[in-house]
Design a protein around this ligand. Sequence first.
Ligand code: HEM
Length: 398
Amino acid sequence: MSDTLATNVPTYPFGNAGLDPLLPDLGPDGVGRVRLPTGQQAWLFTRHEHLRELLRSPDFSSDFTRPGFPLIRPIPEDMPRRPDGSLIRMDPPEHTKFRRMLTPEFMIKHIRTLEPLIRQTVVDALEQMRAAGPPADLVEHFALPVPSMVICHLLGVPYADHDYFQERSRILLAWSSPPEQVRDAIEELRDYLARLIADRRDSPGEDLISRLAAERVATGEMTEEELVGLSVLLLIAGHETTSNMIGLSTLVLLEHPEQLRQLRERPELIDDTVEELLRYLTIVRTGLTRVAVADTDVGGHRIAAGEGVIALLSAANRDTDVFPAGAEFDLHRGSHQHMAFGFGIHQCIGQPLARAELRIALSEMITRLPGLALAVDADEVRYRDAVVFGVQRLPVTW
Ligand code: HEM
């Protein structure tokens, strides 16, 4: 189907109005066309089996500099379009090479060694929140600082600079940010990390950026520019995602008091709870974008080379063929087939870290704050109008 043939197509993205993702009626096979803010059209896939097919197919590229790549927001003409080092926008063989360099750093084995630090960070943040209230904003005092401190520790970024990078990453992800502001935020983050990398090259520490600078940049396997791109991605992905998950997860648990009671009684349910929260919330709500690099088929639909596609994780994670009553939150369902971390070669490299943070943060929070409750009505909670779904603030009491 060419762009010129499809008319009356819905406008994408659909917005973040509440815990249930918005979705137009696409008919039984859940495939449709959407119009993007750039005026382009793209295919939209929502079924679990179609996403598995699409996301593991070598016929699609993640490289946003390719013609036809579906852009979910307009970008300024003069913005440099470089996928350099930013793993998520790279294709094999470069992607494979970079991913291998990072894999050991994020393996479960390595993340286990970080657990005492994560726990201490969680406990300290809970104490600080206690000191600030009740009531207090759980996002400001707990959900945002914990993953930010952990990723700072891992990368060797001074946490004292958190206002600087959090503000720029907020601008970068907000739908309402004008394209020029987004461009400036990216360039400022790049400059900030370029300076930090230069520092670490001259006086290395025990952190990931120092290691990559010494072992990969110095040997010529990675350019300094690529390390900058990779560090920006890790810094943003490392705190924005988990932080939004902690805020939203707290809201969902408080809104399901019977399941929260069961979790308090049986702490061993925490792993299943985290998986179900990941499925139910699917914070990467805008889905994953790709462009076809060859004529290909997905779910019996012919996609021409150069056409853009969107894989809507939030819909696939509620596909009732795989998750019966998928719109319900049920921590007993066993949600291991969810795609909240994506699927295929780009599947989230940070998932062991995210899972450890969520498990520790939520367990400690419900144990240490047995009287935790919302300080406002649930329908007063405002959601973020951003690429990554979350709550703006979460006023709580205990
Ligand atoms: C990739 C989700 C936490 C780093 C992805 C992708 C998703 C995702 C859906 C796939 C993107 C694509 O295929 O285009 C999440 C969620 C998280 C989370 C829901 C938290 C609950 C983290 C953390 C880190 C991280 C803590 C880092 C430290 C990355 C990186 C990629 C990625 C580097 C790119 C991997 C690649 O392209 O090979 N994430 N993420 N993420 N994530 Fe996460």
